[in-house]
Ligand binder design. Sequence first.
Ligand code: ISE
Length: 331
Amino acid sequence: MKQLKIGVIGAGAIGQEHIQRIQTKMAHGIVTAVCDINSANAQLMAQQWGLRVEPDMHALIQAQDVDAVVVACYDGAHAEAVLSCIAAGKPVFCEKPMATTQEDCRKIVEAELKSGKKLVQVGFQRRYDKGYLQLKEILDKGEFGSPLLVHCAHRNAGVADNYDTSYAVYSTAIHEIDAVHWLIDDEYVSAQVIMPASTRHTRADFLRDPQMMILRTKKGVVIDIEVFVNCRYGYDIQCEICCEDGIIKLPEPSFPTVRKSAMRTVALETDWKERFIEAYDVEFDDWISSTLRGEMNGPSAWDGYIAAVTADALVQSQKTRDIVEIVYTVS
Ligand code: ISE
């Protein structure tokens, strides 16, 4: 099988991880070029992995030895990078969010439709996590009947100082927004955020924490997502689907049960990158091999758009506490 030559836009934390992942674990992909507005990041990756540094994203996208592009730069530059890849007819894997506004997401969906080719995959790695795939397989067999309720929890031990109330949606619940509509194969119709008392471990005027987000779907399913990003005890992802004929629960990451000092304990994850490391690997492997086959199977530009519209509705409700209707307007 031929190797896919990849250019990476953005060599910060996640970009560096993806470069390392491709260079060390992907048999059918190789990074050839990199760019970053912070040239020190790009130089570091170039030295470490023998890459060429391109002066900017447009030069990188146009380069002869770049068959496909990974977008891992700051969120605000995603739309420009993805649109430029579509214009060049090059497949693009874009980290979430696909763009920071729903208008930009709509432009991407429309540009891709106009190009006549599926070129965009969005980095919603949960769809490649073994546990989520097991949930999906069970649901799709239909033996549990229709889903009625979905209970999710997304808990981080702590977050960076610049993480504010809206990040709880745009950066955190965005994963559940994508994963749940994929799992239950349904469309969101409304969004609401309920704010319980805030933990003393946050500045409540800047970040309300925890938050309870409620989504309703076309088929009448109600989804509750607890986002609690100063939970202090670890990184904990829960998902339980109540169906007509039974309950399906996301498996816990497996750690040994240990006995010591009169205690029986099981460890928990503490870091999201570790929790989903295998999912990231499978996601990249799938993106590379399907791109080589001329296919695109992962989360699409449309999924990126749905996530953006739903996230905006939740953020609107954070301000008013009202139930906000969700309307998709791509023709
Ligand atoms: C971060 O950006 C992620 O993607 C993590 O999965 C999530 O747990 C965290 O809250 C986000 O800030």
